[in-house]
Design a protein around this ligand. Structure first.
Ligand SMILES: [Zn+2]
Length: 123
């Protein structure tokens, strides 16, 4: 008999974070998840109470949650907000180990996975 593996919520979240949201810190990811749940909850309410799509309150609620997610949690949004690299995704820095000036990926927004990737983008 095959054992059915049931994923706990936490495991599911950890996997989702690793697979699709690595550019976010864990806390940012969780906040993003909560916003998504708010969005879904509004959709459920709309259906339950047959609220028309053009209801002003409904439109506001959808737009505001979407705005928040786009501004803070998409790669593009993070690029705009990153203070360390000013949104380019890489920094020109002095490597104290090798004692050379070099391009490194920005560790704050993690737009690039490796320093090499960041260097190719900069060229
Ligand atoms: Zn950055």
């Amino acid at each position: 008999m095959k054992l059915k593996v049931i994923e706990t919520d936490m495991e599911y979240l950890e996997r989702k974070h690793q697979q699709h949201y690595k550019h976010l810190t864990w806390n940012e990811f969780i906040t993003n998840e909560k916003l998504e749940l708010v969005y879904v909850a509004i959709q459920e309410l709309q259906q339950e109470f047959n609220i028309p799509d053009d209801n002003l309150h409904l439109e506001n609620a959808f737009e505001l949650t979407e705005d928040l997610r786009e501004e803070h949690f998409t790669q593009e949004g993070l690029r705009m907000n990153c203070e360390l690299c000013k949104g380019v995704g890489w920094i020109d820095t002095f490597n104290t180990e090798d004692r050379v000036q070099e391009i490194q990926k920005c560790d704050d927004c993690n737009i690039f996975k490796t320093d090499k990737e960041a260097r190719e983008e900069e060229l």
